[in-house]
Design a protein around this ligand. Structure first.
Ligand code: SF4
Length: 496
């Protein structure tokens, strides 16, 4: 079959659509991939949509990888295809469809609501042979205006059997003002990302997470499978694919492992990985870990193989918020212990630590927020911060709760809070502003110790009481200007 596969996320590096393309190609289907790869503008222009004609008119099937953040883009594209090419089926897959199949099926002809490794190929084979495809496992369809959801396959475990992610530029395009053939230079320019702004390739070598955070769509896998088992590729398989991909993308300078918890591996598995990685790949790399699985020994195993940054979630400095709102079973004392042990290696190994926090959460009190602020103030000066504004992804427990409590409206692409447009919505106050300000100062000031002393003074109770007299809109606009300054600096560094 001739399949056109759209990826509407803002990033070009590895994600599920490259794997789906590879799976379909291995079965001799012809796949043309089109990437939008931008944050803004959200919608495609008429010229952009019409430039797709040359490819769409030769397609038997269209697939779209959909993220909740960019669902409006997917709806626009789907409606364009349906009106211009009646009869051409559009199948959606990706995180939004796993989280909210019932919202996705309103627009798509079919939705993959779980892992697509086997289901998508099965669907395409049935369609090609003219067989009944409406009962394909892991797929949902609209029948008589109602959603019919087929049975769920067990979690896919044999990750070593998967083909390599598809980086064959010959049949890939970039949709940016018009349709452009993808090439090495276009790809290279778009993969220099925060925090190092070097050409970075993100890879996934494991699936599953032992946690069930209320804001994360991993909850959906737990709901589907009953649990979300950890599945890990063998070290040899990882190196084989990396060698092959890096031969093609020889400009990549940094590797980011997107596994939810790299330390879900045992010490023996990490030793195997580290030895082979150092010998066969050798590029600096970053990982994400959970404080619960953190062990100093695990860290030390990787230090000599090129580990340069660790990303770890803290999310809030309030145990109450962590437990009752975010459903995270990771104690602050445990996170702090991991922070200190990782920060110890900053000087000697040039190892960075990036901590994630979630702010503007309507279920926090101002005292909860100041706990997060104090947690940040007490971090070692070398620690970098990732500040996220709480997003209510449909299908997650926190979305359902906020909907029931009347805090949010039912999900639409327009009402959803998108990355890059963040401003305070629920917590327009001095305390939230302080967190944003501290992130700005941490990333812009060389005299971090002095800055931290100043920030400590700004957080004292009399000042907080005094600041509550000022209008919330003042803190919202101050926070926004800090955000813009931080993001502008990140973009300028990227250009440089
Ligand atoms: S630890 Fe991270 S990946 Fe795992 S459920 Fe929580 S937010 Fe999701």
């Amino acid at each position: 079959m001739r399949i056109t596969l759209f990826n509407l996320s803002p990033f070009l590096s590895s994600d599920g659509s490259r794997l789906i393309a590879a799976i379909l190609k291995r079965a001799n289907h012809k796949v043309t991939s089109i990437y939008v790869a931008r944050l803004e503008p959200l919608y495609c222009s008429t010229v952009e949509l019409e430039s797709l004609d040359s490819i769409l008119k030769q397609s038997d099937l269209v697939m779209i990888g959909v993220y909740s953040t960019y669902v409006s883009r997917a709806i626009q594209l789907t409606e364009f295809i349906h009106s211009r090419y009646p009869g051409l089926k559009v199948i959606w897959g990706g995180p939004h469809c796993i989280s909210a199949p019932e919202l996705s099926i309103r627009y798509a002809d079919g939705v993959c609501f779980s892992e697509g490794d086997e289901a998508v190929l099965e669907l395409v084979c049935r369609m090609e042979s003219g067989a009944d495809y409406l009962n394909t496992p892991n797929m949902a369809f609209k029948i008589d205006e109602a959603m019919f959801q087929n049975k769920v396959l067990k979690p896919f475990c044999d990750l070593d059997s998967l083909p390599y992610y598809d980086y064959e530029f010959a049949d890939q395009y970039l949709l940016d003002k018009t349709l452009l053939a993808m090439d090495r230079e276009k790809f290279r320019q778009r993969i220099s990302l925060y925090p190092y702004n070097k050409p970075t390739l993100y890879v996934l070598t494991a699936r599953g997470c032992p946690h069930n955070c209320s804001y994360c769509n991993n909850c959906r896998y737990t709901a589907l499978f009953g649990h979300n088992p950890i599945r890990i590729q063998s070290a040899d398989r990882i190196m084989d694919e990396l060698e092959c991909t890096l031969e093609r993308l020889d400009f990549v300078e940094f590797l980011g492992f997107g596994d939810d918890d790299f330390f879900a591996r045992s010490i023996e598995e990490l030793e195997d990985f580290a030895g082979k990685y150092k010998h066969r790949i050798g590029l600096p790399f970053g990982i994400a870990v959970s404080a619960n699985s953190f062990q100093k020994k695990k860290l030390e195993v990787l230090l000599d193989s090129g580990l340069k940054i660790i990303q770890m979630g803290v999310q809030s400095g309030s145990e109450t918020v962590l437990k009752e709102v975010f459903h995270r079973k990771i104690k602050l004392s445990k996170t702090r212990e991991a922070v200190d042990q990782i920060a110890f290696y900053h000087e000697r190994y040039n190892l960075d630590l990036l901590l994630d926090f979630i702010i503007d959460n309507p279920y926090e009190s101002q005292d909860d927020i100041i706990k997060t602020y104090n947690y940040i103030l007490n971090l070692p000066p070398s620690v970098m911060l990732n500040i996220f504004f709480l997003s209510f992804f449909p299908g997650t427990p926190i979305y359902e709760r906020a909907l029931k409590d009347g805090i949010i409206e039912p999900f639409t692409g327009e009402s959803f809070r998108r990355y890059g447009r963040n401003s305070m919505k629920y917590q327009k106050n001095y305390e939230t502003f302080l967190i944003i300000f501290s992130r700005y100062l941490r990333s812009n000031s060389k005299r971090k110790k002095i800055v931290m002393a100043l920030m400590r003074a700004l957080g004292i109770r009399p000042l907080r009481v005094l600041s509550s007299i000022l209008p919330p809109s003042l803190y919202a606009s101050l926070g926004k200007s800090m955000q813009i300054k931080t993001h502008t600096k990140m973009k300028n560094t990227a250009k440089a």
